[in-house]
Design a protein around this ligand. Structure first.
Ligand code: HEC
Ligand code: HEC
Length: 230
């Protein structure tokens, strides 16, 4: 998998105060400016989702209308929490998160563009369900709701919520309705990152490190279509 380098992305993001990015956008009027020289710092006025929509013309070709992606290697953006989208775009722009395509695109975005785009996508619903094997999905739902007792795998629902939509306040990403291919890659990246001994985002390393390939596939099947047909 060529996406493994994303593992190297987390450490600089952590040390460069990922939280400051979230806070500075959540409270854009705050006088607490992020530390000088932080390549992830965002300085913008209040988010304007309408302006954000006008900027999505250059995103739709890959991420779909309203951020509903139809290609399994392009993440859906619709319904994502704004602090997560903001941080990812800032990280692509700072060339901290790998992706040739996204680094080139983010290079042209201003701080205001980033928060406006994030606000627009946050207002959209997540895309519809991807096809998933019913048995696999049922097993994944068990893990999502209950964790894996005896192996210290915390139930996903505790952090990501019953609907998988995460929490902007806690900086927990929305993880529902991504393609199975994309989700499985991300989970395997978390599994393979070194143990940074830090709570954020070490949570995902601790959770995935204990899971087998079959369990990761099951939870992936559930995430990609959760809520559908219930
Ligand atoms: C030519 C295709 C293409 C275009 C155009 C494009 N993207 Fe992307 N985008 C990608 C791919 C591929 C990825 C996955 C990168 C990776 O490997 O991690 C991605 C990832 C992202 C992510 C990270 C999502 C996540 O869940 O981690 C965000 C946010 C994003 N793009 C926003 C945008 C925005 C906003 C625009 C328009 C200004 C845009 N993209 C235009 C292809 C594209
Ligand atoms: C203790 C809290 C916690 C638990 C439990 C947890 N997560 Fe997470 N998860 C997070 C946080 C925080 C992030 C955001 C990390 C980041 O992006 O920096 C995240 C990110 C993710 C992502 C990546 C989103 C993206 O687009 O990059 C996936 C997928 C995911 N979690 C799936 C799961 C699954 C499946 C489980 C259960 C087996 C689980 N999580 C359990 C806190 C948790």
């Amino acid at each position: 998998m060529s996406r493994l380098p994303r593992a190297a992305f987390w450490l600089p993001v952590l040390t460069l105060s990922a939280l400051a990015v979230g806070l500075s956008t959540a409270h854009s009027q705050s006088t607490n400016a992020p530390p000088a020289g932080d390549p992830l710092a965002i300085k913008a006025g209040p988010p304007n989702a309408q302006r954000g929509e006008t900027l999505t013309k250059s995103c739709q070709g890959c991420h779909g209308p309203m951020g509903h992606s139809t290609e399994s290697d392009k993440p859906s953006l619709g319904g994502q929490i704004p602090s997560y989208t903001t941080l990812q775009l800032a990280a692509f722009r700072a060339k901290l998160r790998p992706s040739q395509i996204m680094q080139a695109i983010a290079a042209n975005l201003s701080d205001q563009d980033i928060v406006d785009l994030a606000a627009y996508y946050a207002q959209q619903t997540p895309r519809g369900a991807w096809d998933a094997n019913a048995a696999l999905k049922a097993k994944g739902e068990q893990i999502y709701d209950n964790g894996i007792v005896g192996r210290n795998v915390t139930a996903c629902v505790v952090c990501h919520g019953a609907n998988g939509r995460g929490s902007n306040y806690l900086h927990v990403a929305s993880i529902t309705h991504q393609s199975p291919k994309y989700t499985l890659e991300v989970l395997n990246e978390f599994k393979s990152v070194p143990d940074y001994k830090l709570a954020y985002p070490n949570a995902m390393h601790i959770v995935t490190a204990q899971m087998t390939d079959d369990e990761l596939s099951a939870v992936t099947a559930y995430l990609s279509s959760m809520g559908a047909g219930k």
